[in-house]
Design a protein around this ligand. Structure first.
Ligand SMILES: NC(=O)c1ccc[n+]([C@@H]2O[C@H](COP(=O)([O-])OP(=O)(O)OC[C@H]3O[C@@H](n4cnc5c(N)ncnc54)[C@H](OP(=O)(O)O)[C@@H]3O)[C@@H](O)[C@H]2O)c1
Length: 349
């Protein structure tokens, strides 16, 4: 397949469906503008897969999206369905250049994503993932394993959703030295703190609102106890600051202890309290921090923001939506284009 890139998609939820939608809608344009010809050859979900070695057409991808697990799963497709086959078996047996891994995050043992990624590497496949779990627990080992197997690991959707925070630091600031990074990296906690400070809503009520609006999970600990931000701090520390750290190295405090009184007190000095993830020369940290309301990092609602402190260019702040299915799917497409560009230029970094 000239300029082809065969893709196995593992995980068919919000981001997975976004990836098939964005590839289907922008297919003709990408082929024309970049000579880039991506083909999804398999989609693996929790109960089975669809497999087509020739690649699914944009029309078929749109049709598959109408199927719903568990009543009408993709694996029951009459032409390409493979009920019961596991994602691992698909990764091992289907010929492809890239695995896109978008299964749910798990910060206890990073599974099933960790096995999906390592199996992809061992079978010579590049990996694009939006799953923070494997990176938070094992990023130094995973980047080494990718190098050892001469494949790429890309993960720009893990920090900032569609906002290119990792690429901005890695590419646009390449001529400078990044001394420190500070960011609001979790939209849910930022929404809760914004509600508390602007509308004097209690923590419990703000959390309940966030759950009602779909910003927070029913089990909200990952967000409000700072684990999600800590995972992103680990990724920034390794990828941008060349630190070899994992989740256990992050000094982490969530927002359960932030009171309306503390927010009022901060307001008297023109400040507010935000959950800030930081990386500098010391221990990476996540903690509620008082910052001036005029600080460019001080964004409202579910927005994310990150400031890079550089030796020559000073402070550079990037603001954007930190999540969302299509936003994050656009980061996956960006990573696929990056891999294709590197392969065309035979660079392996
Ligand atoms: N949504 C966002 O805005 C966003 C933004 C940035 C990063 N992310 C990350 O991207 C990843 C995907 O997010 P999402 O929102 O798409 O999650 P999601 O909607 O829960 O989708 C995950 C999919 O993976 C499937 N799955 C579970 N175990 C599997 C297995 N062993 N093999 C194959 N498929 C399996 C799930 O099936 P069941 O539902 O049947 O279990 C589900 O279809 C997560 O790691 C998330 O943290 C998401």
């Amino acid at each position: 397949m000239k300029n082809g890139m065969r893709i196995i998609l593992v995980g068919y939820g919000v981001v997975g469906k976004g990836v098939t939608a964005i590839l289907a809608r922008r297919y003709a344009e990408k082929v024309k503008d970049y000579g880039f010809n991506p083909k999804i050859v398999a989609i693996a979900d929790v109960d089975g897969a669809v497999i087509n070695p020739r690649g699914f057409s944009p029309e078929k991808l749109e049709a598959l999206k109408q199927r719903r697990y568990p009543t009408n799963p993709i694996s029951s497709d009459p032409d390409f369905g493979r009920p019961g086959i596991s994602a691992l078996e698909v990764i091992e047996s289907v010929e492809a250049e890239v695995v896109v891994e978008v299964t749910p995050v798990n910060i206890k043992d990073a599974e099933p994503a960790l096995s999906h990624i390592t199996t992809a590497f061992k079978t010579g496949k590049h990996v694009v993932t939006t799953n923070k779990g494997p990176l938070a627990l094992a990023m130094p080992a995973l980047t080494e394993l990718a190098d050892y197997n001469h494949v790429y690991l890309r993960f720009s959707g893990t920090v900032g959703g569609g906002t290119p925070m990792l690429e901005f630091a890695k590419r646009c600031l390449a001529g400078d030295k990044i001394l420190a990074i500070k960011g609001i990296l979790n939209g849910t906690t930022n929404y809760i703190l914004t509600e508390m400070s602007q509308n004097r809503v209690s923590f419990q009520d703000a959390l309940a609102n966030a759950q009602k609006l779909g910003y927070a999970e029913r089990e909200p600990s990952m967000d409000i106890d700072g684990f999600d931000t800590a995972c992103k701090v680990v990724i920034l520390a390794n990828w941008i600051m060349n630190r070899k750290v994992t989740l256990k190295d992050v000094d982490r405090t969530g927002i359960r202890g932030v009171s309306l009184e503390a927010l009022d007190q901060a307001l008297k000095s023109g400040n507010t309290i935000k959950l800030i993830g930081s990386v500098d020369g010391g221990k990476p940290s996540v903690k509620p921090t008082e910052i001036p309301k005029t600080n460019p990092l001080c964004v409202s609602g579910v927005l994310n923001a990150v400031t890079f402190f550089t030796e020559y260019a000073g402070e550079q702040t990037l603001v954007g939506r930190g999540a969302g299915g299509m936003e994050t799917a656009s980061a996956v497409l960006r990573d696929l284009l990056d891999i294709r560009h590197n392969l065309a230029n035979k660079m392996l970094t």
